[in-house]
Design a protein around this ligand. Structure first.
Ligand code: ZN
Length: 282
């Protein structure tokens, strides 16, 4: 687990799982040495055996008056997920132990609707999928929902239908302002309606990436698509714009799938090359 402070707002990482993966299993490349060409803030970004660690975690954004959960991981007892099938993790207990029992969450932001970001939206109780965060408004972008709504995928239905039927979902614009200091920012390409989440407090700023990158090498080489990107060219354009917007600005970039230290800064060297470096303590 990790905690960052952005002005008076606190962000907590709540880990569900860490999955070692080959770069060729996650990114659209056959260059197995891709990660070895660059320096990384920790060994889990490029291990000796050629794998890196794909972290699955949710992020609690606590502004002092709002308790916002960004992405809800894979969830337990999901039968048809491509990995971590029928998971039985203590993620909900860990969230509670941090001081955030499910009923205290007032907002759930779904950066996009892939299974590893919405799993805990619901949980299985006595054979029935019920909302995990019954007091939360669940924010899904209208563009994202329109893209996926027709899918018969069992997990998508199990994770979204009980929320929609319960009136817990707000379909929002991709630049929606969640509250003072927290807003969504369009990040299309991985999926059509994906968003990043921007957090501002005082003079400090952080941004949660969603899956616009799965590994920070994609900031350095933005044309390297994710295998699951629905529109690789658009995703590359989103990555370029993201680097343009946030490099050398002091903005803490919190990776939705990055292993520890999970957050860092984008720095441009004298020759224009981008690096992802660890941030100092906050
Ligand atoms: Zn993902």
């Amino acid at each position: 687990m990790a905690t960052w402070r952005i002005g008076t707002t606190t962000v907590h990482k709540v880990l569900e799982a860490e999955v070692p993966a080959l770069v060729t299993e996650v990114l659209r490349t056959d260059d197995t040495a891709l990660l070895k060409r660059y320096p990384w803030p920790a060994p889990d970004f490029s291990r000796a055996d050629g794998t890196f660690v794909l972290s699955v975690h949710g992020l609690v954004v606590d502004t002092g008056t709002r308790r916002i959960l960004v992405d809800t991981c894979v969830g337990n007892a999901r039968a048809s997920v491509p990995f971590l099938r029928m998971l039985d993790s203590a993620w909900l207990e860990d969230l509670t132990a941090l001081g955030y029992p499910p009923e205290s969450i007032d907002t759930v932001v779904c950066t996009h609707l892939h299974f590893d970001h919405i799993g805990w939206n619901t949980r299985l109780v006595d054979g029935k999928w019920v909302p995990t965060f019954p007091r939360a408004r669940h924010l899904v972008t209208r563009v994202e929902w329109d893209h996926w709504a027709g899918e018969a995928d069992a997990d998508l239905q199990d994770t979204m239908r009980p929320l929609i039927d319960g009136g817990l979902v707000d379909f929002v614009a991709t630049d929606h302002r969640v509250c003072d200091g927290v807003s969504l920012e369009a990040a299309p390409g991985h999926t059509p309606g994906q968003v990043a989440v921007v957090i501002e407090s005082g003079a400090e700023r952080a941004v949660i990436t969603g899956d616009l990158v799965h590994h920070p090498v994609q900031f350095i080489e933005p044309d390297v698509a994710g295998l699951a990107d629905t529109d690789a060219a658009r995703a590359a354009a989103t990555r370029r714009a993201f680097v343009e917007r946030y490099a050398d600005t002091g903005t803490l970039v919190i990776g939705t799938h990055f292993p520890a230290p999970t957050a860092g800064l984008l720095r441009r060297g004298g020759d224009g090359t981008v690096r992802f470096v660890a941030a100092g303590p906050r």
